[in-house]
Design a protein around this ligand. Structure first.
Ligand code: CO
Length: 138
């Protein structure tokens, strides 16, 4: 397996509206519409950049996995990076064989494609998301 493009950088925020205003009004970026992903306990909004996207992530509901991050980082901050892979099943098998901890089974992510997360302790301290995008790897 080889990773492909950097699909997006995930940024946790206590207020998606405040964060998207920073990207739109201060930095001049094109921003999308926020939307809820109840199954994942998050509200998400994508910021479009020429070479990648920023994924703004706000907690949704009491059980959101983002609450823990915001307790440690109350102002929000960089949460994960997402790389594209050709085939998520191949990626999971390869990462597992190489000793990386894969967090749960692949599920549908914010782009409507299969994603999986890799434990930061196996990824140089960075939470890594792999997203299936056929044709991504080489
Ligand atoms: Co993401």
């Amino acid at each position: 397996m080889t990773i492909g493009r950097l699909n997006h950088v995930g940024m946790a925020t206590p207020s998606i509206e405040a964060s998207l205003a920073v990207y739109r009004d201060m930095l001049g970026a094109a921003v999308g519409e926020p939307f809820d992903l109840p199954a994942q306990g998050v509200r998400v909004c994508f910021v479009d950049l020429p070479n990648t996207q920023i994924e703004l992530i706000e907690p949704l509901g009491d059980a959101s996995p983002i609450h823990g991050f915001l307790r440690k980082n109350p102002a929000g901050g960089q949460h994960h990076v997402c790389f594209e892979v050709d085939d998520i099943a191949v990626a999971v098998a390869d990462m597992t064989a190489k000793g990386a901890r894969v967090l749960g089974a692949p599920r549908i992510g914010a782009h409507g494609t299969l994603v999986v997360f890799l434990h930061p302790k196996d990824m140089g301290g960075v939470l890594v998301e792999l997203m299936e995008a056929p044709g991504a790897g080489h």
